[in-house]
Structure formats: structure tokens, C-alpha cells
Design a protein around this ligand. Structure first.
Ligand code: S3P
Length: 428
């Protein structure tokens, strides 16, 4: 059997629920009144950190017939946890929950694992401090103590597009006196805004890059259906694009346009893509589609700061795509990647060099010279305990004849526990 026949991917697949939307579904369900049911909730380590935190804050959360069922306590009904809230590895849980706890009537302490404890929190505590919130931490890292306080609305212009920061401010603003206005330089993912509009239409107004939060309106329980995570689907989109002979359909992928940068780049590269949109209940519902992709020759691409928010988690995969394209690609404006679960610019360059990929690390991105094959230097790869790096390296390894090992591959459980099983299914 030819090498490409052993590695090619074929068939249909459904990827697990969206991580960002799963976090938000628990948060809004918890602070609304009534019983929210959630379909296709992502049961990965990060989302389970959010779920456990709300259980610790006195919210009843059950699982029934595959649905997550949350009995909301309202914005003022959370109770103080009798232990620190453990955020595990999850930056999204930490930043969003910090915003919410800042306006509560009790104090809380947030802790996390070694990687999360190195990630910057000032980006959230600074704006919320302007709302008169109060925190203590060691140099803006976890452990972080949030002293619940009455908050005041602010007008805040985000220095960097960040959905986590924006969402933290929105959650604080819901409890403030007076409106809050948030402006973003470039649109980051808008799952919080959509979900808030569903739970409490009167609480939010949106206009271009400007969001206004009107506190004081009730949030009412909803039924939430979480679409498949495009950031998980991205591993298969890239694998198919670069492994000759591959062709798959991924069903029910979230295609919120603040997340679809990877599809735009693939199109720009000349990838063979067909996107079949599914019917959408209303404007605020998250849109989804079935996506079919077939391997083809790829042209190089260039992306900069404007494009990064819509593909921020896919940059390591885009570097891999570039490594297979016919020519030199350039990714810039991606300095935020240095503050993710690992320094993803440094780590991608280090691990790709081992695979013989011609990649140059820039302060804010990469220059990558694509080749049809690579001269592997070292088969001992390392995920640096970062889920997206672990999966990117696994996809890269499909293209080399050598057996490679990936240290701490278990990190995939953060966002995609069934990754290896799905890979096996697509290769059989
Ligand atoms: C996320 C926002 C992004 C993204 C992260 C999830 C979210 O982070 O990288 O994986 O769910 O809000 P930033 O807000 O720091 O860009």
C-alpha cells in the first residue's frame, strides 16, 4: 500500500461541542432564573472546570439523557464557595468567572494549574478595577482573590481584541450601576453577546464594534444547542488539505463569522471546500454547517493583525498548512499567541524545526517556506502541555515516514478528548 493510502483521511465526522459556547452556556444558565437545558455540551477538562466552579458556587447542575440541566439561581443567587475555585488549565473559565465574581456580595479565590498560573490576568482585572472592583494577586497571576463589590458602569476601549476580556467586562457590567460601553479594535468571537441577547434581550445593544450593556434586566432560562467546535474541526480540515488523497465531510460545525478565519485562509490557498449551511432558528442562534473538504495543491498565504481574532486558536495549524504550501507564507500580528496555554510562537517554531520545516519565528508570527517533504531532525516531539500543540503535531506526524512521539499528548483532554479515536475512524 502506498504511504498516502495508509495516512489518508476519508468519511464523515461530527466534532465535539464548541468550547467557548459550552463555557458560556453554563455561566448564563447559572445566573438566569429557571431551568436551562444544554445539548451537545463539551465534556472536556476546561468546560468541566467551569461546571465545577458553578457547582461550588451553589448551582445545581445535572446530566439527564445526554443533556446538561442547570437550575439557575439568578444574578444575585450565587453563594460563596467554601474552597478556592479550581480553574484547572482554563483561561476562559478564569477570566469570565473573574468578571462575574467582581460584582457579587461575597469574596472568592481562584486557583489554577502551573500553566494557567503563569498567564496574565491584568488584562481583566485592570478594566474591572475601573468599575471599582477589588482584587489581590501576586503580580496579576493566580491565585487571585476577588473581593465582591458594588460596581459602576464604564466606557472601555479594549487595547487588544479579546473575547475573554470583553466577556469578563460584560459579566461585571450586568451587575453594575449604569450602562457600560465596550469598544473593540477588531471583532473577536461574539458568543457572549449572542447568548446574552437570548437570555436577556433588554440587557444588550450592539452596533459595529460597540457593545452597550444595560444592567437591571432579568435573565431567563433557555434551551441551548452547542454546535460543533470549528477549532476542533480545524484539525481535520488541515489534515485533509495536506494529506494527499483525503476527502471528508464534517457535520454541524459552528460557522459564526467571528471564528471562520481558517475557512477564509483555506479558500485563499485554493483548497477544495464546500460549505452547506444548516437552517438557523434566529439571528442570535449560532450558525452551523456541514463542511466537505478534499485534498488539493495549496498556494501560500499572508495574514496580519486584522485577520488574527477570527483564527487566533488556529495559528499553529495555519503554520502547518503553510509548511506544505507551494511557496513562502507569512503570519504577522499574532503576538497574543505568546500568552496562550504555551508560548505558541516559540513552541511551534521549536517543534517544527525538529520536523525539518523551514520556519522562522518573528516577534509576532512566522515566515514559513513550504516544501513537499521535510528532513526530520528529531522524532522526540513535545506538546509543552498545550492541547492545540499536541494535536497540531499529531497531524504533522501523518506526513513523515518516521515514528514520532509526542510528550504529554494527554493535553488533548483540555478541548478534544476523543481526538485520537476520531483520527482512527477517519483513517480506517
Ligand atoms: C476564547 C477567546 C480567545 C481564545 C480562547 C477562547 C473565549 O482568547 O484564544 O481559546 O472563549 O473567549 P482571547 O480572548 O485571549 O483572545
Amino acid at each position: 500500500m502506498a504511504e498516502q493510502d495508509r495516512t489518508k483521511l476519508t468519511g464523515r465526522i461530527t466534532v465535539p461541542g464548541d468550547k467557548s459556547i459550552s463555557h458560556r452556556s453554563i455561566i448564563f444558565a447559572a445566573i438566569s432564573t429557571g431551568v436551562t437545558t444544554i445539548d451537545n455540551f463539551l465534556k472536556s477538562a476546561d468546560c468541566l472546570s467551569t461546571m465545577q466552579a458553578f457547582k461550588d458556587l451553589g448551582v445545581k447542575i445535572d446530566e439527564r439523557d445526554g443533556q446538561v440541566v442547570v437550575t439557575g439561581v439568578g444574578l444575585k443567587g450565587l453563594t460563596q464557595s467554601n474552597q478556592p475555585l479550581d480553574m484547572g488549565n482554563s483561561g476562559t473559565s478564569t477570566r469570565l468567572i473573574t468578571g462575574l465574581l467582581a460584582g457579587q456580595h461575597f469574596d472568592s479565590t481562584l486557583v489554577g494549574d502551573a500553566s494557567l498560573s503563569k498567564r496574565p490576568m491584568a488584562r481583566v482585572t485592570d478594566p474591572i478595577s475601573q468599575m471599582r472592583a477589588d482584587f489581590t494577586s501576586t503580580e496579576n497571576h493566580l491565585p487571585l482573590t476577588v473581593f465582591g463589590r458594588p460596581l459602576h458602569g464604564i466606557h472601555y476601549r479594549l487595547p487588544v481584541a479579546s473575547a475573554q476580556v470583553k466577556s469578563a467586562i460584560i459579566l461585571a457590567a450586568l451587575q453594575a450601576t449604569g450602562d457600560t460601553v465596550i469598544e473593540e479594535p477588531t471583532a473577536s468571537r461574539d458568543h457572549t453577546e449572542r447568548m446574552l441577547a437570548a437570555f436577556s434581550p433588554a440587557s444588550i445593544d450592539r452596533e459595529d464594534h460597540k457593545i452597550t450593556i444595560h444592567p437591571g434586566h432579568p435573565l431567563t432560562a433557555q434551551h441551548v444547542t452547542v454546535p460543533g467546535d470549528i477549532s476542533s474541526a480545524a484539525f481535520w480540515l488541515v489534515a485533509v488539505a495536506i494529506v494527499p488523497g483525503s476527502s471528508i465531510t464534517i457535520e454541524n460545525v459552528g460557522i459564526n463569522q467571528t471564528r471562520t478565519g481558517i475557512l477564509s485562509v483555506l479558500k485563499q490557498m485554493g483548497a477544495q471546500l464546500a460549505i452547506q449551511e444548516r437552517p438557523q432558528a434566529n439571528e442570535e442562534t449560532e450558525p452551523s454547517a456541514d463542511i466537505t473538504i478534499t485534498a488539493s495543491a495549496l498556494k501560500p498565504f499572508e495574514i496580519g493583525a486584522e485577520e488574527i481574532p477570527a483564527l487566533v486558536d488556529e495559528v499553529p495549524l495555519l503554520a502547518l498548512l503553510a509548511a506544505r504550501a507551494d511557496g513562502v507564507s507569512r503570519i504577522t500580528g499574532a503576538e497574543e499567541l505568546r500568552f496562550k496555554e504555551s508560548d505558541r510562537l516559540a513552541v511551534v517554531a521549536e517543534e517544527f524545526h525538529k520536523l525539518g520545516i523551514a520556519i522562522e519565528e518573528l516577534p509576532d508570527g512566522f515566515v514559513i517556506d513550504g516544501r513537499k517533504s521535510w528532513q526530520v531532525q528529531n522524532t522526540d516531539l513535545d506538546s509543552h502541555q498545550d492541547h492545540r500543540i499536541a494535536m497540531t503535531l499529531k497531524i504533522a506526524s501523518l506526513l513523515v515516514p518516521e515514528d514520532v512521539t509526542i510528550r504529554d499528548f494527554d493535553a488533548v483532554n483540555i478541548s478534544y478528548p476523543s481526538f485520537l479515536a476520531d483520527l482512527q475512524r477517519l483513517r480506517s
